[in-house]
Design a protein around this ligand. Structure first.
Ligand SMILES: CC(C)(COP(=O)(O)OP(=O)(O)OC[C@H]1O[C@@H](n2cnc3c(N)ncnc32)[C@H](O)[C@@H]1OP(=O)(O)O)[C@@H](O)C(=O)NCCC(=O)NCCS
Length: 187
């Protein structure tokens, strides 16, 4: 673990300052240069509601990493479930491999649980699966789709989920092979 003094801040979206949003947007743009073909939260079809920002700050107050919690309804074998969508997990390139990414995701998980969500869901790239599995997420391997531009599309990247309470953990094991529709828009 780095010896740099760091501070985790979890902020309701409505209370996130313009400066914090600008710093997060700049980090995300450096991490994922914009792709005009991908769903974006400004697109009218996108229905996820932004709930909170989790930010890791350095000792000078600069943003080292961040992620967001979005509120979404998904269906699992046709049954609706409200879930916490984990998105925008990013750490400044020069600060990676120090445990910061794991700290940010753990803080996000605590926050999602405190907000009363039963499940967290994320969509990532193949090479990040191990990172999330080590944090307690499980790979969903059933029939996975989402809707975009009025059409249902199969999902080509890994989707992982986690349960925040023992009574839903059992349900999660049935999700691993279920038919899951993630709603409108990617993330
Ligand atoms: C994914 C990402 C957020 C991880 O951030 P990070 O700060 O490097 O994360 P951590 O340091 O907690 O963990 C990364 C690895 O470093 C290892 N690590 C943690 N502390 C370490 C240390 N002190 N020394 C060496 N390695 C360490 C971890 O074991 C982990 O290994 P793993 O990837 O095999 O699980 C970061 O690589 C990133 O921003 N990537 C680009 C965006 C992206 O892909 N985001 C995820 C999409 S959902």
């Amino acid at each position: 673990m780095s010896t740099e003094n760091t501070r985790l801040v979890v902020r309701d979206a409505a209370e996130t300052s313009d400066a914090e949003r600008t710093a997060c947007d700049a980090l995300w743009t450096r991490t994922w240069p914009p792709n005009p073909d991908e769903p974006h939260e400004d697109d009218p079809e996108f229905v996820e509601t932004m709930v909170a920002y989790t930010m890791l700050l350095g000792d000078d107050g600069s943003l080292l990493g961040a992620c967001v919690l979005g509120d979404r309804e998904i269906t699992v074998n046709g049954e609706p479930h409200r879930i916490a969508a984990l998105g925008g997990v990013a750490v400044e390139e020069s600060h990676r491999q120090r445990g910061y990414g794991s700290r940010i995701v753990r803080a996000w998980m605590e926050d999602a649980q405190a907000r009363g969500y039963g499940f967290g869901v994320l969509w990532t790239g193949e090479r990040r699966v191990g990172f999330y599995e080590r944090l307690g997420w499980v790979l969903l391997e059933g029939d996975l789709s989402y809707q975009w531009l009025g059409e249902d599309r199969r999902i080509d990247g890994p989707i992982l989920a986690t349960a925040f309470a023992p009574d839903v953990e059992q349900l999660l094991s049935s999700w691993s092979t279920a038919r899951i529709h993630l709603g409108v828009g990617g993330w």
